[in-house]
Design a protein around this ligand. Structure first.
Ligand code: GTP
Length: 412
C-alpha cells in the first residue's frame, strides 16, 4: 500500500523536534538543575507541545488560525530555547547567532506545514525549503569566519557539501520525479531521502555552528585569563602586566633578569609552502618546546605572530646562554608532523641579561634583546646572539659554558 508521505514526514519532524527539545532539556538538567536557563527550556518545550496540538487539531479549526497559532508558538519556543541556553552558559551570543541557530527549527516546521493536498505543489514547496536550507547553510558558513580547522567548521562545511550533493537528484530529474505515484518504487524513496538529508544536515550544521560559538566563547575566556588562544602561553598583554612585578622582585633581590626574544626563521615560507594551518602547528610546536626547555620560574609569552619572549628571573649568564641554546637546538632537532608533511624549522634568539636597578626601563631591555635578535637574523639565522652586556658577563663568568661562548652561537 502507498505510504502517506506527508504523514510520515510530519511524524518524522515531530519526533525530531521532540528529541531535539528533550535532548536540550536533559543536557541542561544534567549539568546544573537550578540554573537559570532551565525554566526557559521548559517553557520552550511547552510551546512546542501547544504547536503540536494545534497541528493535530488543525482540521477542526479554521486552517489560517491553526497555522498562525502554531507558527507563533514555534517562534516563541525557539526564542525561549535560545535565551535559556544563553542564560545557562553565560554565553555572549549576538541576536543573529540566536536567530541563526533557531532557523533550522523554523525550516523544519515550515517543511511540515508545507502540506497542501496538491502533491506536486507540496513537492515544489519542499524543494524551495531544501534550497532555503542550502542558503541558510551558506549563511552559517559566511558567519563562521573564525575557527577554521576546528571541528565546528568541518561540520559546517560537510553539511553544506552533503546538501549540495543531495540537491543533485532534484536538479537532474526535476521536481516531477518526486511526486508520488501509484507505481512508486524508487520514486517514493527520493522524497524520503531528501527529507532525511535535510533533517540530518540541519542537525550537523546547527551542531557545527554551536561548536564554533563555544570555541569562540572559550577563546574569549582564555583571553580573559591572559592566555594566547593558539599556544596557551601567556599573551603579550599578560607579559606586560607581569614585567613590573618581575623587575621589582629582581631589584629587591639584587638579582639579574634574563630576557630571550625568539623568532621563527623564514616563517612566511612555511605558511606559503604548507599553508596557514601547518604554520599554526609550527607555532604550537615552538611554544611546546619553549615550555619544556625553561625553568619553572621562567615566564614565557607569545609576543606576536611568530615571536616569543621569555623572562628569566634570578638568571646568570650561564642560565641565559644555556637556555637559549637548548631552545634553539630542540626546535632545530625536531620535525613538526602535520598531515603528511614533516616540517623542520629553526629559530633565532636574542639574549640579554641585566642587573635590575631603580630607573631601569623594560623597553630599553627589550630593545637590547631585539637588537641581538636582529643580529642573529642578519648573520645567518638559526643561532643565539648575546647582547654586549650579557656577553661581558659571560666573559667574566668562570663557568665552563662561558669559555666556549662566542658572540654568535651557531646552532647544531
Ligand atoms: N600560520 C600563522 N602565521 C602567522 C601568524 N602570525 C603571523 N604569521 C605570519 O608570519 C609571517 C612572518 O613573516 P616575516 O615577519 O616576514 O618573517 P619570516 O618569514 O619569519 O622571516 P624572518 O623572520 O626574517 O626569518 C607572516 O607571513 C605572517 O602572516 C599566525 O598566528 N599563524
Amino acid at each position: 500500500m502507498l505510504l502517506p508521505v506527508l504523514d510520515i514526514y510530519t511524524a518524522f519532524g515531530m519526533v525530531a523536534l521532540s528529541a531535539w527539545t528533550l535532548l536540550g532539556v536533559l543536557w541542561l538538567l544534567g549539568r546544573r538543575f537550578w540554573a537559570q536557563g532551565v525554566p526557559y527550556v521548559m517553557a520552550a518545550a511547552f510551546c512546542f507541545g501547544v504547536a503540536y496540538w494545534l497541528f493535530a487539531i488543525q482540521k477542526s479549526l479554521p486552517p489560517a488560525w491553526a497555522m498562525t497559532g502554531a507558527h507563533l508558538c514555534i517562534s516563541v519556543a525557539i526564542a525561549l530555547l535560545a535565551i535559556g541556553y544563553q542564560r545557562f552558559r553565560g554565553q555572549q551570543w549576538s541576536l543573529t547567532d540566536a536567530i541563526t541557530l533557531g532557523l533550522p527549527l523554523l525550516l523544519l516546521f515550515a517543511g511540515m506545514v508545507a502540506a497542501p493536498s496538491d502533491m506536486s505543489l507540496q513537492v515544489r514547496l519542499r524543494g524551495v525549503l531544501f534550497i532555503g536550507q542550502l542558503l541558510w547553510q551558506l549563511h552559517v558558513l559566511l558567519r563562521a569566519t573564525r575557527g577554521s580547522a576546528s571541528l565546528g567548521w568541518k561540520l559546517v562545511v560537510a553539511g553544506l557539501l552533503v546538501q549540495i550533493l543531495a540537491l543533485m537528484p532534484l536538479v537532474i530529474y526535476g521536481e516531477r520525479q518526486f511526486v508520488p505515484a501509484a507505481n512508486m518504487g524508487i520514486k517514493l524513496l527520493l522524497p524520503w531521502m531528501m527529507s532525511m538529508v535535510m533533517f540530518l544536515n540541519l542537525q550537523i550544521t546547527a551542531y557545527g555552528y554551536l561548536r564554533m560559538l563555544q570555541d569562540r566563547q572559550h577563546e574569549a575566556e582564555r583571553k580573559a585569563a591572559g592566555l594566547d588562544g593558539l599556544t596557551q602561553l601567556p599573551s603579550r598583554r599578560t607579559l606586560m602586566e607581569h614585567v613590573p612585578t618581575a623587575m621589582a622582585l629582581a631589584e629587591k633581590e639584587g638579582s639579574s633578569l634574563g630576557l630571550l626574544v625568539l623568532d621563527i626563521d623564514h616563517f612566511k615560507k612555511v605558511n606559503d609552502r604548507y599553508g596557514h594551518v601547518a604554520g599554526d602547528a609550527v607555532i604550537q610546536h615552538v611554544a611546546w618546546v619553549l615550555r619544556n626547555q625553561i625553568r619553572e620560574q621562567d615566564f614565557p609569552a607569545r609576543y606576536g605572530g611568530e615571536e616569543f619572549v621569555v623572562l628569566l628571573p634570578q638568571a646568570t649568564s650561564d642560565i641565559v646562554y644555556s637556555t637559549a641554546q637548548r631552545i634553539a637546538h630542540a626546535v632545530h632537532a625536531e620535525v613538526v608532523a602535520h598531515d603528511d608533511e614533516r616540517i623542520r624549522v629553526s629559530v633565532s634568539l636574542g639574549a640579554h641579561l641585566q642587573k635590575v636597578h631603580a630607573g631601569l626601563c623594560w623597553e630599553e631591555m627589550l630593545a637590547v634583546a631585539d637588537a641581538a635578535l636582529y643580529e642573529a637574523k642578519n648573520t645567518g639565522r638559526d643561532r643565539v646572539v648575546l647582547s654586549a652586556a650579557a656577553r661581558a658577563q659571560v666573559m667574566a663568568s668562570p663557568s665552563p659554558a662561558a669559555g666556549t661562548t662566542s658572540q654568535q652561537c651557531r646552532n647544531g
